[in-house]
Write a protein that binds this ligand. Sequence first.
Ligand code: MG
Ligand code: MG
Length: 304
Amino acid sequence: MSSVAAAVPAAILARAEAAYLGLALGDALGATVEFMTPREIACQFGVHREMVGGGWLKLRRGQVTDDTTMSLALGEAILGNRGRVEPLACARAFDGWMRGKPPDIGNTVRRNLVLFRRTACPEAPPSEHDAGNGAAMRVLPVALATFGWPEAEVRAACRAQAHVTHNNEVSDAACEFLAVAVQDFLRGDPLRRILRRRIGPLLSVYPQFSFRKRVRCANPSGWVVETMQAVLQALLDNGGFEDCVVDVVNRGGDADTTGAIAGMLCGALYGREALPARWLKVLDPAVREACIVQARKLLVRDGK
Ligand code: MG
Ligand code: MG
């Protein structure tokens, strides 16, 4: 672990907060239309762009799902471990989160946390089938805690948290891409430069992530490849936070997770001012506060 300057510029802190709030906003907006098709969404909402709650989970307005609450649990584990991303601490945090009976939980997450309870081993067995988006959706606290670290250490920390439930190289590739992209955005790098620098290397090893098709990615499943394709397409097709998040959740499918990941990236890219005030107003107040506090604590830690 390397050290970074103790003083983090205010602009970077603000973008980190926006990334965490963006994750929660995208999750809460998308959850309303999770598992719906674009046609069903259009019939019911026209364009779904307001925080109304509901959905298959029957959520309150502004309520978030596992994407945000697992991220917060992971962030607490990192903070409780002096900023280190330690598999056993992560596994205990996720297990504690599952004991709280969250409204939704992914199949891979559940299966491998049940296995952890049985074996006490915090690393899931490698599986070519565990390429769901459940590790990628919660990677933000790692990106914040490792900001300023050498890239190889950032990537290792991503895998440490991911492998508790998803020990899969395609999932790893997505987690690592998202973490380094968030860090690039926090530094203020523009979108096009990040995409040039990060997408090429990703696609050269994992061409399945290619999203430059003329066909609009609709109904993205929980497979991390489809999730990433929809998010990256929406990121490139839109020039602001709200437009991007609205675009991606209206594609339906795993909309809370595409919304959460797009919201995280767009928050880091476009900053606090870009977050729609009317969405922030109805976001669960405890979650809103936790996102702000945790973003700051993860980024500015003594001894980091
Ligand atoms: Mg969810
Ligand atoms: Mg989901």
